[in-house]
Write a protein that binds this ligand. Structure first.
Ligand SMILES: Cc1ncc(COP(=O)(O)O)c(C=O)c1O
Length: 384
């Protein structure tokens, strides 16, 4: 079935954060949602549910759990017990809850900058001490983990490690040896792994997402995995996510931390999640090809036509991490491109250590929009 990823939907007339935060003449290539309508089965299921007209308190149906479990098995080769799922209204909520559940004030939370900004708020939210293992560039320019530094960043305070895989903003999809090494170090030091795998379905040819908990029962017993259809099917506004926690004690702690603070996934989120995992696979396959072509286009354009800016191909996600350190401008590159090109991107500083001099460019959009944004950036650079 053909899918149309080329038509730009009008989102300015909606409540879209992406399209409403900046002035009308700015192209929004920032926050991580895509400018594509969700797959038809999702839209249809929501329409049918709305037509029913009664919207009382929801409860995850068995069918929803079955569909999630089947998805993890089919797409990621991960056999999960349905009883180990806990639905949560958002992955950011999920990782803050995880820290709240397992750590006490003064404990340490380990993060890997440059990383998704909200990871860098967990310490403040839960009154923990932030510990950092900065990702470094390998010989080919891709980000890698300095495993000695990873272990050295852990001390007796460290209680929880926030893994982001696939990694936002660098686009890395960690290999099995990298995951095994991090898991082994965490096990040896009694550090719980909270693995944010929200981008796990968005992985390009030549790479494979491996849920860290799927590696080994001992690792699974030490891990909280957070997943969602929100990036995959562009339904982030519906706040539907799920935690997979095999360890009974850990699961009870997580449930306990939720009580009175975090509710269930709203009913439209549940309906959309079920429909997406059940009927969205063909759309996803087509989307991945489109995103990969956008990625390759942006990569060539940036490296060949925007002096001082370079891009490494992300292995997953629809986010490109642009290194602008060789650009000769005063101020941050995000301010420069916003002011001179009217293109909005996330500033590298938001991602913590190692982020300065970078911007994050979202290519989850019709090619025409990606191309226009890049042309504006090229022209702004040429004129500066
Ligand atoms: C790594 C990562 N985790 C979590 C989120 C947000 O998740 P949620 O909207 O479910 O809280 C994002 C969104 O960009 C993300 O990139």
């Amino acid at each position: 079935m053909p899918f149309d990823f080329d038509t730009l939907p009008d989102r300015r007339s909606t409540e879209s954060a992406k399209w409403r935060v900046y002035d009308e003449d700015v192209l929004p290539m920032w926050v991580a949602d895509m400018d594509f309508p969700s797959p038809e089965p999702v839209i249809q299921a929501l329409q049918e549910r709305i037509a029913h007209g009664v919207f009382g308190y929801p409860w995850p149906r068995d069918e929803l759990t079955e569909v999630v479990v089947a998805w993890l098995d089919r797409r990621h080769g991960w056999a999960v017990n349905p009883e180990h799922l806990i639905f949560v209204p958002g992955v950011v909520t999920g990782f803050n809850l995880s820290a709240h559940a397992v750590a006490r004030p003064g404990d340490g939370v380990l993060v890997q900058p440059p990383t998704y900004g909200p990871f860098l708020k967990v310490a403040e939210n839960v009154k923990l001490v932030q510990q950092e293992n900065e990702l470094i560039r390998g010989e080919d320019g891709q980000y890698i983990i300095d495993l000695d530094a990873f272990e050295a960043a852990i001390d007796e305070k460290t209680r929880i490690f926030m893994l982001c895989n696939p990694q936002n903003p660098t686009g890395r999809v960690f290999r099995v040896d990298e995951l095994e090494a991090m898991a082994e170090i965490c096990l040896r030091h009694g550090v719980i792994i909270c693995s944010d795998e929200i981008h796990s379905d968005l992985v390009f040819n030549g790479h494979k997402h491996i849920p860290i908990a799927s590696l080994d029962p001992e690792i699974s017993a030490n891990t909280i995995t957070l997943l969602a259809p929100s990036k995959t099917f562009n339904i982030a506004g519906l706040k539907a996510s799920v935690a997979v926690i095999e360890n009974d004690e850990l699961r009870q702690k997580f449930e306990g931390a939720k009580q009175g603070l975090v509710g269930w996934v709203n009913l439209l989120g549940q309906v959309a999640m079920q429909a997406a995992y059940k009927g969205g696979e063909e759309w996803l396959e087509a989307l991945l090809l489109y995103l990969q072509a956008n990625r390759d286009f942006a990569h060539d354009f940036i490296n060949e036509q925007i002096p001082g800016v370079s891009m490494i191909k992300p292995e997953g996600t629809y986010l490109a991490w642009l290194d602008c350190r060789e650009m000769e401008t005063t101020g941050t590159p995000s301010d420069f491109f916003l002011e001179k090109a009217h293109v909005a991107m996330n500033d590298g500083g938001w991602f913590g250590q190692g982020g300065a001099g970078h911007v994050r460019f979202n290519f989850g959009a019709p090619r025409s929009l990606v191309e226009e944004a890049l042309n504006r950036m090229k022209n702004a650079k040429g004129a500066s």
